[in-house]
Write a protein that binds this ligand. Structure first.
Ligand code: PLP
Length: 395
């Protein structure tokens, strides 16, 4: 069992021994902490022209190239933001403004609220892009919709499709979808917040136009992110002020956070093979839960993030499981916990056609950079023990 408190945090911040909620936030990596402290020591504004300002600028640009290298992009096409939410907002509002409202946003049914809600406030037409029962974008639906596209009525098609889903880990057919949209004269925005460090991200190969990232999912600090904008894909800013970040995101950059983001991203790319190898332990955990408790694993039939598992057994409500696991020293999340910590019905699972009873029983295990493969088995044992005391006893 991974002793989380000893290896990751210097204080009892969550009172847990196994942290299995990396898709919510990954613990900060040591490399990120070191880089953040070094940036705090500089203590100057990266826009200042004096020596300390130039030292700050150097750290900023180093982080920009670290993030750029991680996604196969030019550093100058990276715009730092306050996180994944702002990066998504900038992309969606910025493209809608750039196109003067003459566009329709095709928003996949499984997008994070950072995309779905920002799309709703972009002031343009929105349509839901459907997913299959496996939780992947329905490419046939997209193809047919684009064939029927009426430029005069619908404007430019703009697809919002995430790289991998935060609840199920299901990887989306991004390059195929982006190619269809491109052929139709449209643009694609990708929320890659859950993809970075877990999947190979190469913006050129993906063929997308905008791509959002967040530091705290890769072991960087919370409150920092980035938007990559393809050279030639225009965008209007949504924040105005000092003209930082090529005037696309005014406001003095969060230098220490960005330095931590850069260092964490570099470490995440280095560690990616180790993370991807977790799929073996994840699959073994799922096989055990299926054979001993008959759980349903969501998205099991398609490619998923190696470190994510979302499963349910009808009648064992998610909040009961989360509490029981917490008491057993395992921090997991209901697939659909909202910011207030309450459990609400998962729109992702609904979009996949999962019935309410099962959906309300879904829990998510998500691991990351400080996970040992055996942690999956410890989680399985803790979950089975909780299930035997409750739902399996009455079965
Ligand atoms: N997009 C996805 C897929 C996420 O999982 C999250 C965070 O949970 C976000 C966007 C929002 O990122 P941030 O917390 O950095 O604003």
């Amino acid at each position: 069992m991974q002793i989380f408190l000893q290896t990751v945090v210097a204080g009892d911040i969550c009172g847990c021994m196994i942290y299995a909620d990396y898709n919510a936030t990954a613990p900060v990596r040591p490399e990120a902490k070191t880089a953040m402290l070094a940036a705090l020591e500089v203590g100057a504004n990266p826009s200042s022209v004096h020596g300390p300002g130039r030292a700050a600028r150097k750290l900023l640009e180093q982080a920009r190239s670290q993030v750029g290298i991680a996604i196969g992009a030019r550093a100058q096409d990276i715009i730092f933001t306050s996180g994944g939410t702002e990066a998504n907002a900038l992309a969606l509002h910025g493209v809608a403004a750039q196109l003067e409202g003459k566009c329709t946003l095709l928003v996949s049914a499984i997008e994070h609220e950072a995309v779905a809600k920002n799309a709703g406030y972009a002031g343009v037409a929105i349509e839901t892009a459907y997913v299959t029962a496996n939780g992947q974008l329905d490419l046939d639906w997209l193809r047919e919709r684009l064939v029927k596209w009426d430029q005069d009525r619908d404007g430019t098609p703009v697809l919002a499709l995430m790289m991998a889903n935060n609840e199920t880990g299901v990887v989306q057919p991004l390059s195929e979808a982006a190619a269809l949209v491109r052929e139709a004269g449209g643009l694609t925005h990708c929320d890659a917040v859950q993809g970075l460090g877990k999947l190979m991200v190469n913006v050129g190969l993906l063929g997308v136009d905008y791509l959002a990232l967040s530091a705290h999912k890769v072991g960087g600090p919370q409150g920092v992110g980035a938007l990559w904008v393809r050279s030639g894909a225009s965008l209007k800013p949504v924040l105005f002020g000092g003209g930082q970040e090529r005037s696309l995101r005014s406001g003095t950059e969060n230098l220490s956070g960005i330095a931590g983001f850069g260092a964490a991203t570099e470490a995440a790319i280095r560690d990616m093979p180790k993370l991807q190898a977790l799929s073996v332990a994840r699959d073994a955990m799922e096989a055990k839960l299926i054979s001993q408790a008959g759980v349903t694993v969501f998205g099991a039939g398609v490619e998923r993030l190696a470190q994510t598992s979302n499963f349910a057994i009808a009648g064992f409500r998610a909040e009961t499981q989360v509490m029981a696991m917490d008491l057993a020293g395992v921090a997991v999340s209901s697939g659909s916990a909202c910011s207030s910590g309450k459990v609400k019905r998962s729109l992702v699972l609904s979009a996949m056609g999962v019935d309410d009873d099962l959906s309300e029983s879904a829990v998510r295990i998500s691991f990351g950079w400080n996970t040992a493969p055996r942690d999956f088995d410890d989680v399985a044992e803790a979950w089975l023990e909780a299930a035997r005391r409750t739902v399996l006893k009455t079965a």
